[in-house]
Design a protein around this ligand. Sequence first.
Ligand code: ADP
Length: 431
Amino acid sequence: MPERTMFQKVHFRLALLCGGVTVVILLAMSFGYLYVSEKSLKDNSFISFQNDMNTVISNLEQQTIITGEWLAKIEDNEKYLIQLLDNGVPFLFNERNSEEQRQLFDLARQTYEEQYPISVDELGYGAAHTEFRFSPSGKAASDYYVCAGVSRRSAGTLEFLILMPLTQLQAQLQRQRLLFAGLDALAILCLLLFSWYFTKKLLLPLEKSQKQQTRFLAAASHELRTPLAVILSCASACRGADAVKQRQFLDSIESEGLRMSRLIEELLLLTSADGSSWKLTKEPVELDTLLLNVFEAFEPVAVKKAIRLTIDLPDAFVPPCLCDRERIRQVLGILLHNALSYTPEQGRIRLSLAFDGKFYHLIVADNGIGIPDEEKSRIFERFYRADTARSRKEHFGLGLSIASEIVSAHHGEILVKDTPGGGSTFTVILP
Ligand code: ADP
Protein backbone atom coordinates (compact mmCIF):
# COMPACT_ATOMS: atom_id res chain seq x y z
CA MET A 1 0.00 0.00 0.00
CA PRO A 2 1.42 3.44 -0.85
CA GLU A 3 2.59 5.28 2.28
CA ARG A 4 0.27 8.22 1.70
CA THR A 5 -2.93 6.19 1.54
CA MET A 6 -1.79 4.08 4.48
CA PHE A 7 -1.30 7.19 6.59
CA GLN A 8 -4.59 8.62 5.36
CA LYS A 9 -6.35 5.44 6.46
CA VAL A 10 -4.64 5.42 9.84
CA HIS A 11 -5.44 9.12 10.24
CA PHE A 12 -9.09 8.56 9.39
CA ARG A 13 -9.40 5.63 11.81
CA LEU A 14 -7.57 7.40 14.62
CA ALA A 15 -9.66 10.54 14.17
CA LEU A 16 -12.83 8.42 14.18
CA LEU A 17 -11.76 6.56 17.31
CA CYS A 18 -10.65 9.69 19.14
CA GLY A 19 -13.72 11.68 17.99
CA GLY A 20 -16.08 8.74 18.69
CA VAL A 21 -14.86 8.22 22.24
CA THR A 22 -15.03 11.93 23.11
CA VAL A 23 -18.47 12.26 21.50
CA VAL A 24 -19.80 9.28 23.49
CA ILE A 25 -18.44 10.80 26.71
CA LEU A 26 -19.94 14.18 25.83
CA LEU A 27 -23.33 12.65 25.01
CA ALA A 28 -23.38 10.58 28.20
CA MET A 29 -22.54 13.67 30.24
CA SER A 30 -25.04 15.92 28.54
CA PHE A 31 -27.85 13.33 28.76
CA GLY A 32 -27.07 12.90 32.43
CA TYR A 33 -27.17 16.64 32.95
CA LEU A 34 -30.39 16.98 30.94
CA TYR A 35 -32.03 14.22 32.98
CA VAL A 36 -31.09 15.86 36.29
CA SER A 37 -32.13 19.31 35.07
CA GLU A 38 -35.50 18.07 33.74
CA LYS A 39 -36.16 16.19 36.94
CA SER A 40 -35.49 19.23 39.08
CA LEU A 41 -37.62 21.39 36.75
CA LYS A 42 -40.52 18.94 37.06
CA ASP A 43 -40.09 18.57 40.83
CA ASN A 44 -39.95 22.33 41.30
CA SER A 45 -42.99 22.90 39.16
CA PHE A 46 -44.96 20.27 41.14
CA ILE A 47 -43.85 21.77 44.46
CA SER A 48 -44.80 25.24 43.29
CA PHE A 49 -48.21 23.85 42.19
CA GLN A 50 -48.67 22.32 45.65
CA ASN A 51 -47.78 25.62 47.30
CA ASP A 52 -50.18 27.51 45.05
CA MET A 53 -52.89 25.02 45.88
CA ASN A 54 -52.31 25.40 49.62
CA THR A 55 -52.88 29.12 49.21
CA VAL A 56 -55.93 28.69 46.98
CA ILE A 57 -57.55 26.13 49.28
CA SER A 58 -56.96 28.17 52.43
CA ASN A 59 -58.40 31.14 50.53
CA LEU A 60 -61.35 29.01 49.53
CA GLU A 61 -61.96 28.03 53.10
CA GLN A 62 -62.13 31.64 54.13
CA GLN A 63 -64.80 32.47 51.56
CA THR A 64 -68.24 32.25 53.09
CA ILE A 65 -69.84 32.88 49.72
CA ILE A 66 -67.97 31.69 46.67
CA THR A 67 -68.73 33.95 43.77
CA GLY A 68 -68.14 33.36 40.06
CA GLU A 69 -65.93 36.44 40.04
CA TRP A 70 -63.70 35.04 42.74
CA LEU A 71 -63.43 31.73 40.87
CA ALA A 72 -62.62 33.47 37.56
CA LYS A 73 -59.88 35.35 39.36
CA ILE A 74 -58.47 32.11 40.73
CA GLU A 75 -58.61 30.52 37.27
CA ASP A 76 -56.17 33.24 36.27
CA ASN A 77 -56.79 33.30 32.52
CA GLU A 78 -57.16 29.56 32.21
CA LYS A 79 -54.01 28.83 34.10
CA TYR A 80 -56.22 26.63 36.22
CA LEU A 81 -59.52 24.86 35.56
CA ILE A 82 -61.75 24.67 38.62
CA GLN A 83 -64.74 22.46 39.32
CA LEU A 84 -66.67 22.77 42.53
CA LEU A 85 -69.41 20.44 43.78
CA ASP A 86 -71.58 21.76 46.55
CA ASN A 87 -73.01 18.68 48.29
CA GLY A 88 -72.45 16.77 45.03
CA VAL A 89 -74.10 19.45 42.82
CA PRO A 90 -71.92 21.33 40.34
CA PHE A 91 -71.63 25.07 40.87
CA LEU A 92 -73.41 27.39 38.49
CA PHE A 93 -69.96 28.65 37.52
CA ASN A 94 -69.19 25.25 35.98
CA GLU A 95 -72.13 25.54 33.57
CA ARG A 96 -69.85 27.48 31.23
CA ASN A 97 -67.44 24.52 30.92
CA SER A 98 -67.34 22.88 27.52
CA GLU A 99 -68.26 19.27 27.04
CA GLU A 100 -64.59 18.46 26.62
CA GLN A 101 -63.71 20.13 29.92
CA ARG A 102 -66.49 18.28 31.67
CA GLN A 103 -65.17 14.97 30.40
CA LEU A 104 -61.73 15.99 31.60
CA PHE A 105 -63.06 16.75 35.09
CA ASP A 106 -64.89 13.42 35.14
CA LEU A 107 -61.75 11.52 34.20
CA ALA A 108 -59.65 13.41 36.76
CA ARG A 109 -62.24 12.79 39.46
CA GLN A 110 -62.31 9.11 38.55
CA THR A 111 -58.51 8.87 38.87
CA TYR A 112 -58.66 10.72 42.17
CA GLU A 113 -61.34 8.46 43.57
CA GLU A 114 -59.56 5.33 42.42
CA GLN A 115 -56.01 6.23 43.37
CA TYR A 116 -55.91 9.09 45.87
CA PRO A 117 -59.29 9.15 47.62
CA ILE A 118 -59.84 11.25 50.75
CA SER A 119 -62.44 9.94 53.13
CA VAL A 120 -64.91 12.66 54.05
CA ASP A 121 -66.07 10.71 57.08
CA GLU A 122 -62.69 10.96 58.71
CA LEU A 123 -62.53 14.66 58.05
CA GLY A 124 -63.43 17.15 60.78
CA TYR A 125 -64.30 20.71 59.83
CA GLY A 126 -61.78 22.11 57.34
CA ALA A 127 -60.30 21.00 54.03
CA ALA A 128 -58.12 18.14 52.88
CA HIS A 129 -56.58 17.89 49.45
CA THR A 130 -54.10 15.91 47.44
CA GLU A 131 -52.06 16.69 44.35
CA PHE A 132 -51.06 14.34 41.59
CA ARG A 133 -50.10 14.25 37.96
CA PHE A 134 -52.82 13.18 35.62
CA SER A 135 -52.42 11.99 32.07
CA PRO A 136 -55.77 11.83 30.24
CA SER A 137 -54.36 10.86 26.83
CA GLY A 138 -51.10 9.21 27.80
CA LYS A 139 -49.20 11.98 25.99
CA ALA A 140 -46.97 14.10 28.21
CA ALA A 141 -47.86 17.21 26.18
CA SER A 142 -51.48 17.11 27.40
CA ASP A 143 -50.83 16.19 31.04
CA TYR A 144 -52.23 18.07 34.04
CA TYR A 145 -51.42 18.58 37.65
CA VAL A 146 -54.52 17.97 39.67
CA CYS A 147 -55.46 19.18 43.10
CA ALA A 148 -58.49 17.28 44.37
CA GLY A 149 -60.05 17.45 47.79
CA VAL A 150 -62.94 18.21 49.94
CA SER A 151 -63.86 20.84 52.47
CA ARG A 152 -66.37 20.23 55.21
CA ARG A 153 -68.39 23.30 56.03
CA SER A 154 -71.41 24.05 58.13
CA ALA A 155 -73.52 24.06 54.97
CA GLY A 156 -72.32 20.61 53.90
CA THR A 157 -69.39 19.36 51.85
CA LEU A 158 -67.66 21.22 49.10
CA GLU A 159 -65.66 19.04 46.72
CA PHE A 160 -63.16 20.75 44.53
CA LEU A 161 -61.02 19.78 41.58
CA ILE A 162 -58.36 22.10 40.24
CA LEU A 163 -56.48 21.22 37.04
CA MET A 164 -53.41 22.90 35.74
CA PRO A 165 -52.40 22.07 32.13
CA LEU A 166 -48.70 21.34 31.79
CA THR A 167 -48.34 22.91 28.35
CA GLN A 168 -46.06 25.61 29.72
CA LEU A 169 -43.81 23.12 31.50
CA GLN A 170 -43.72 20.88 28.44
CA ALA A 171 -42.82 23.84 26.23
CA GLN A 172 -40.06 24.77 28.63
CA LEU A 173 -38.74 21.18 28.59
CA GLN A 174 -38.97 21.13 24.81
CA ARG A 175 -37.01 24.39 24.58
CA GLN A 176 -34.35 23.00 26.90
CA ARG A 177 -34.05 19.81 24.87
CA LEU A 178 -33.72 21.78 21.65
CA LEU A 179 -31.04 23.95 23.21
CA PHE A 180 -29.17 20.86 24.37
CA ALA A 181 -29.47 19.20 20.97
CA GLY A 182 -28.13 22.36 19.30
CA LEU A 183 -25.23 22.70 21.74
CA ASP A 184 -24.44 19.00 21.47
CA ALA A 185 -24.41 19.14 17.67
CA LEU A 186 -22.04 22.10 17.81
CA ALA A 187 -19.81 20.41 20.38
CA ILE A 188 -19.76 17.17 18.35
CA LEU A 189 -18.74 19.10 15.24
CA CYS A 190 -15.98 20.86 17.18
CA LEU A 191 -14.80 17.58 18.72
CA LEU A 192 -14.69 15.83 15.35
CA LEU A 193 -12.81 18.73 13.77
CA PHE A 194 -10.45 18.86 16.72
CA SER A 195 -9.73 15.12 16.66
CA TRP A 196 -9.16 15.30 12.90
CA TYR A 197 -6.68 18.11 13.37
CA PHE A 198 -5.14 16.62 16.54
CA THR A 199 -4.56 13.15 15.09
CA LYS A 200 -3.10 14.70 11.93
CA LYS A 201 -0.65 16.63 14.08
CA LEU A 202 0.08 13.45 16.04
CA LEU A 203 0.83 11.45 12.90
CA LEU A 204 2.87 14.13 11.19
CA PRO A 205 6.24 13.26 12.82
CA LEU A 206 5.58 9.57 12.20
CA GLU A 207 4.81 10.21 8.56
CA LYS A 208 7.87 12.40 8.24
CA SER A 209 10.13 9.80 9.82
CA GLN A 210 8.61 7.06 7.65
CA LYS A 211 9.28 9.17 4.56
CA GLN A 212 12.84 9.79 5.71
CA GLN A 213 13.39 6.09 6.28
CA THR A 214 12.12 5.24 2.82
CA ARG A 215 14.26 7.93 1.25
CA PHE A 216 17.24 6.77 3.29
CA LEU A 217 16.74 3.17 2.24
CA ALA A 218 16.34 4.11 -1.43
CA ALA A 219 19.47 6.28 -1.34
CA ALA A 220 21.44 3.59 0.50
CA SER A 221 20.47 0.91 -2.02
CA HIS A 222 21.32 3.29 -4.83
CA GLU A 223 24.75 4.01 -3.35
CA LEU A 224 25.47 0.31 -2.81
CA ARG A 225 24.40 -0.62 -6.33
CA THR A 226 27.20 1.31 -8.03
CA PRO A 227 30.21 -0.36 -6.35
CA LEU A 228 28.44 -3.70 -6.54
CA ALA A 229 27.97 -3.32 -10.29
CA VAL A 230 31.67 -2.47 -10.68
CA ILE A 231 32.68 -5.49 -8.56
CA LEU A 232 30.46 -7.84 -10.57
CA SER A 233 31.61 -6.58 -13.96
CA CYS A 234 35.29 -6.68 -12.87
CA ALA A 235 34.84 -10.21 -11.57
CA SER A 236 33.35 -11.43 -14.83
CA ALA A 237 35.96 -9.55 -16.92
CA CYS A 238 38.67 -11.10 -14.73
CA ARG A 239 37.99 -14.57 -16.07
CA GLY A 240 39.33 -14.24 -19.58
CA ALA A 241 41.86 -11.44 -18.89
CA ASP A 242 45.68 -11.69 -18.85
CA ALA A 243 47.64 -11.44 -15.61
CA VAL A 244 48.21 -7.65 -15.80
CA LYS A 245 44.59 -6.91 -16.53
CA GLN A 246 43.51 -9.35 -13.86
CA ARG A 247 45.56 -7.43 -11.27
CA GLN A 248 43.88 -4.18 -12.36
CA PHE A 249 40.46 -5.75 -12.03
CA LEU A 250 41.30 -7.16 -8.63
CA ASP A 251 42.51 -3.70 -7.52
CA SER A 252 39.21 -2.23 -8.63
CA ILE A 253 37.30 -4.96 -6.84
CA GLU A 254 39.28 -4.28 -3.68
CA SER A 255 38.83 -0.51 -3.77
CA GLU A 256 35.10 -0.79 -4.54
CA GLY A 257 34.78 -3.39 -1.77
CA LEU A 258 36.45 -0.98 0.66
CA ARG A 259 34.14 1.79 -0.48
CA MET A 260 31.14 -0.43 0.15
CA SER A 261 32.41 -1.45 3.54
CA ARG A 262 32.91 2.21 4.51
CA LEU A 263 29.45 3.09 3.32
CA ILE A 264 27.94 0.20 5.28
CA GLU A 265 29.86 1.29 8.37
CA GLU A 266 28.46 4.82 8.03
CA LEU A 267 24.98 3.48 7.45
CA LEU A 268 25.18 1.31 10.54
CA LEU A 269 26.38 4.28 12.55
CA LEU A 270 23.41 6.36 11.44
CA THR A 271 20.86 3.60 12.03
CA SER A 272 22.21 3.04 15.52
CA ALA A 273 21.89 6.80 16.13
CA ASP A 274 18.22 6.55 15.04
CA GLY A 275 17.57 3.76 17.49
CA SER A 276 19.25 5.89 20.22
CA SER A 277 21.50 2.91 20.88
CA TRP A 278 24.58 5.09 20.80
CA LYS A 279 26.64 4.89 23.92
CA LEU A 280 28.66 8.01 24.54
CA THR A 281 31.65 7.47 26.77
CA LYS A 282 31.83 10.90 28.30
CA GLU A 283 34.99 11.95 30.11
CA PRO A 284 36.74 15.26 30.78
CA VAL A 285 38.58 15.97 27.53
CA GLU A 286 41.16 18.70 26.99
CA LEU A 287 39.88 19.99 23.70
CA ASP A 288 43.08 21.90 22.83
CA THR A 289 45.07 18.65 23.02
CA LEU A 290 42.42 16.85 20.98
CA LEU A 291 42.49 19.56 18.30
CA LEU A 292 46.27 19.40 18.19
CA ASN A 293 46.13 15.60 17.69
CA VAL A 294 43.64 15.94 14.85
CA PHE A 295 45.71 18.72 13.32
CA GLU A 296 48.80 16.51 13.37
CA ALA A 297 46.92 13.61 11.81
CA PHE A 298 45.63 15.73 8.91
CA GLU A 299 48.72 17.80 8.32
CA PRO A 300 50.39 15.29 5.98
CA VAL A 301 47.18 15.07 3.86
CA ALA A 302 47.05 18.86 3.65
CA VAL A 303 50.71 19.03 2.65
CA LYS A 304 50.09 16.42 -0.04
CA LYS A 305 47.24 18.52 -1.42
CA ALA A 306 49.29 21.72 -1.17
CA ILE A 307 46.80 23.21 1.28
CA ARG A 308 47.93 25.31 4.23
CA LEU A 309 46.45 23.88 7.40
CA THR A 310 46.85 26.00 10.53
CA ILE A 311 45.71 25.70 14.11
CA ASP A 312 44.71 28.44 16.48
CA LEU A 313 44.35 27.62 20.18
CA PRO A 314 43.45 30.05 22.99
CA ASP A 315 46.31 31.21 25.21
CA ALA A 316 44.16 31.11 28.32
CA PHE A 317 43.39 27.91 30.14
CA VAL A 318 40.45 25.99 28.67
CA PRO A 319 38.70 23.76 31.22
CA PRO A 320 38.20 20.13 30.14
CA CYS A 321 34.96 19.44 28.29
CA LEU A 322 32.77 16.51 29.30
CA CYS A 323 32.37 14.66 26.00
CA ASP A 324 33.13 11.46 24.10
CA ARG A 325 36.70 11.93 22.90
CA GLU A 326 36.48 9.51 19.96
CA ARG A 327 33.16 10.87 18.69
CA ILE A 328 34.34 14.48 18.80
CA ARG A 329 37.53 13.43 17.05
CA GLN A 330 35.27 11.80 14.41
CA VAL A 331 33.32 15.05 13.96
CA LEU A 332 36.52 17.05 13.51
CA GLY A 333 37.74 14.38 11.09
CA ILE A 334 34.59 14.70 8.98
CA LEU A 335 34.82 18.51 8.91
CA LEU A 336 38.51 18.51 8.04
CA HIS A 337 38.08 15.78 5.45
CA ASN A 338 35.35 17.87 3.79
CA ALA A 339 37.41 21.05 4.03
CA LEU A 340 40.33 19.27 2.37
CA SER A 341 38.06 17.84 -0.30
CA TYR A 342 36.30 21.09 -1.18
CA THR A 343 39.30 23.41 -1.03
CA PRO A 344 41.49 23.69 -4.11
CA GLU A 345 45.29 23.61 -4.08
CA GLN A 346 47.02 26.57 -2.41
CA GLY A 347 43.93 27.03 -0.28
CA ARG A 348 43.89 27.58 3.48
CA ILE A 349 42.17 25.72 6.28
CA ARG A 350 42.15 26.98 9.83
CA LEU A 351 41.30 24.80 12.81
CA SER A 352 40.56 26.76 15.97
CA LEU A 353 39.13 26.54 19.45
CA ALA A 354 37.40 29.16 21.59
CA PHE A 355 35.76 29.05 25.00
CA ASP A 356 33.31 31.72 26.13
CA GLY A 357 33.01 30.54 29.73
CA LYS A 358 29.94 28.43 28.94
CA PHE A 359 30.32 26.92 25.48
CA TYR A 360 33.23 25.47 23.54
CA HIS A 361 33.47 26.53 19.89
CA LEU A 362 35.39 24.14 17.60
CA ILE A 363 35.86 25.85 14.25
CA VAL A 364 36.96 24.50 10.88
CA ALA A 365 37.23 27.35 8.35
CA ASP A 366 38.36 26.94 4.75
CA ASN A 367 38.57 29.26 1.77
CA GLY A 368 37.39 26.59 -0.65
CA ILE A 369 34.46 26.44 -3.04
CA GLY A 370 31.91 27.44 -0.38
CA ILE A 371 28.28 26.41 -0.02
CA PRO A 372 25.43 28.39 -1.61
CA ASP A 373 22.96 29.80 0.93
CA GLU A 374 20.04 27.75 -0.37
CA GLU A 375 22.01 24.55 0.25
CA LYS A 376 23.31 25.36 3.72
CA SER A 377 20.25 23.92 5.44
CA ARG A 378 20.25 20.79 3.31
CA ILE A 379 23.84 19.61 3.62
CA PHE A 380 23.09 17.96 6.98
CA GLU A 381 20.46 15.72 5.34
CA ARG A 382 21.42 12.14 4.73
CA PHE A 383 22.89 11.43 1.30
CA TYR A 384 22.67 15.07 0.37
CA ARG A 385 25.51 16.26 -1.81
CA ALA A 386 25.46 19.89 -2.77
CA ASP A 387 26.43 19.09 -6.30
CA THR A 388 26.77 15.43 -7.16
CA ALA A 389 28.86 16.23 -10.22
CA ARG A 390 31.50 18.05 -8.21
CA SER A 391 31.36 15.68 -5.20
CA ARG A 392 34.09 13.15 -5.12
CA LYS A 393 33.53 9.44 -5.50
CA GLU A 394 34.54 8.69 -1.91
CA HIS A 395 31.84 11.05 -0.61
CA PHE A 396 28.44 9.55 0.09
CA GLY A 397 26.78 12.64 1.56
CA LEU A 398 26.63 11.04 5.00
CA GLY A 399 29.53 12.77 6.75
CA LEU A 400 27.70 15.87 7.95
CA SER A 401 24.60 13.93 9.02
CA ILE A 402 26.84 11.70 11.16
CA ALA A 403 28.61 14.78 12.57
CA SER A 404 25.30 16.45 13.34
CA GLU A 405 23.96 13.29 15.09
CA ILE A 406 27.10 13.11 17.25
CA VAL A 407 26.88 16.79 18.17
CA SER A 408 23.19 16.62 19.05
CA ALA A 409 23.87 13.53 21.17
CA HIS A 410 26.17 15.87 23.11
CA HIS A 411 23.33 18.46 23.29
CA GLY A 412 25.43 20.71 21.12
CA GLU A 413 24.94 22.45 17.83
CA ILE A 414 26.69 22.50 14.48
CA LEU A 415 26.52 25.64 12.33
CA VAL A 416 27.76 26.58 8.90
CA LYS A 417 28.43 30.02 7.49
CA ASP A 418 30.51 31.58 4.77
CA THR A 419 34.16 32.34 5.46
CA PRO A 420 34.76 36.06 4.85
CA GLY A 421 36.38 36.23 1.42
CA GLY A 422 34.98 32.83 0.31
CA GLY A 423 34.78 29.27 1.55
CA SER A 424 32.87 27.70 4.42
CA THR A 425 33.21 27.83 8.17
CA PHE A 426 31.79 25.02 10.29
CA THR A 427 31.38 25.65 14.02
CA VAL A 428 30.65 22.93 16.54
CA ILE A 429 29.26 24.34 19.78
CA LEU A 430 29.51 22.06 22.80
CA PRO A 431 28.06 22.85 26.20
P1 ADP B 1 30.07 14.23 1.60
O1 ADP B 1 30.46 12.88 2.06
O2 ADP B 1 29.46 14.27 0.25
O3 ADP B 1 31.11 15.27 1.83
P2 ADP B 1 28.74 15.54 3.72
O4 ADP B 1 27.48 15.20 4.42
O5 ADP B 1 29.97 15.56 4.53
O6 ADP B 1 28.85 14.54 2.53
O7 ADP B 1 28.57 16.92 3.04
C1 ADP B 1 27.41 17.19 2.29
C2 ADP B 1 27.69 18.18 1.21
O8 ADP B 1 28.01 19.43 1.76
C3 ADP B 1 28.88 17.81 0.39
O9 ADP B 1 28.50 16.97 -0.69
C4 ADP B 1 29.37 19.14 -0.14
O10 ADP B 1 28.69 19.48 -1.30
C5 ADP B 1 28.97 20.10 0.95
N1 ADP B 1 30.13 20.44 1.81
C6 ADP B 1 30.46 19.90 2.99
N2 ADP B 1 31.56 20.48 3.51
C7 ADP B 1 31.91 21.42 2.63
C8 ADP B 1 32.99 22.40 2.57
N3 ADP B 1 33.89 22.50 3.53
N4 ADP B 1 33.04 23.22 1.50
C9 ADP B 1 32.13 23.13 0.53
N5 ADP B 1 31.12 22.25 0.50
C10 ADP B 1 31.00 21.41 1.54
